[in-house]
Design a binder for this molecule. Structure first.
Ligand SMILES: Nc1ccn([C@@H]2O[C@H](COP(=O)(O)OP(=O)(O)OP(=O)(O)O)[C@@H](O)[C@H]2O)c(=O)n1
Ligand SMILES: C[C@](O)(CO)[C@H](O)COP(=O)(O)O
Length: 248
């Protein structure tokens, strides 16, 4: 990827790819981003998709922004994958939010000042280019915070601490949230500074920070089923099936 040539450049979209998680729910005993999906690591698939999308350079006349990947502390293998793609690797933190913060600090201290930033889970390794472009286009059009979403297909019940049902939630207004999530650069820095590393169960993604620490509305755009997050073993089967179908 040629997008890291000058990290101090202004304009464009920077992309933070978070890949520092351990993958406990997948249970492979290696960092999830290293797990193989049809012959390539999860991180490899993610970086290839971002590169092929051309999203860092797209949208108006903004020049291409840099890509940064967070890796587990002490990692060398994911760093090597990042290096092969011309992408900078930075050490992640104990939580996803801390990893994103490390990446933003790295970009900021390198003098990077893009117009927008996309934060993407490496684990959503088959995200189609169209999702990157929908999110980026909404940010380029002036939205401060944008998330891709899908309707919820299950019946959702709220339960009490004993597990007794407290009723069904109206799923018509529920959405499952995906990544990449897009932000104006200044807003994402501002809410990360305001959060100051606070741990809060509600902070599972970057848009939550915007909701908790700013008045800026979070907008939604359509996500895509192929942008599933590889989380449990069944998701690996799905990812492999998606790739096999794409080849036929
Ligand atoms: N400290 C962390 C935790 C997560 N992530 C990244 O955030 C994304 C979403 O996290 P998730 O899918 O929940 O990954 P894990 O935390 O690895 O999964 P688990 O909870 O099963 O351990 C992943 O790409 C993961 O690598 C990260 O960069 N740093
Ligand atoms: C960011 C995220 O992928 C949005 O769907 C998700 O919130 C992060 O992962 P987790 O499964 O909640 O740990």
């Amino acid at each position: 990827m040629t997008t890291t040539a000058d990290p101090s450049q202004t304009g464009g979209f920077a992309v933070v790819v978070v890949a520092a998680g351990s993958g406990t729910r997948l249970g492979r005993g290696i960092p999830k981003a290293l797990v193989d999906v049809s012959g390539k690591s999860i991180l490899e698939h993610s970086l290839e998709r971002i590169e092929a999308s051309g999203v860092t350079a797209a949208h108006g006349t903004w020049p291409a922004g840099p890509v940064v990947v967070t890796v587990p502390p002490g990692d060398t293998e994911l760093t090597a994958v990042a290096t092969r793609h011309g992408v900078r690797a930075v050490e992640g933190g104990a939580t996803r939010a801390a990893s994103v913060r490390h990446a933003l600090e790295q970009l900021r201290s390198a003098g990077c000042s893009p117009r927008g930033v996309l934060v993407h889970d490496a684990a959503r390794c088959l995200t189609p280019a169209a999702v990157f472009h929908r999110v980026a286009a909404a940010v380029a059009a002036g939205q401060g915070a944008v998330v891709p979403v899908l309707p919820v297909v299950d019946t959702i019940r709220r339960v009490d601490e004993e597990g007794s049902s407290q009723g069904t939630v109206d799923r018509g207004l529920l959405r499952a949230v995906q990544t990449p999530q897009g932000f104006s650069w200044d807003l994402l820095l501002e809410v990360n500074d305001a959060a100051a590393g606070e741990r809060d169960e509600r902070i599972t993604d970057d848009a939550s920070l915007v909701e908790l620490f700013s008045e800026v509305p979070v907008r939604t755009v359509p996500g895509d089923e192929a942008a599933l997050k590889v989380t449990r073993p069944m998701d690996l089967l799905l990812a492999e099936a998606i790739l096999a179908t794409a080849r036929t």
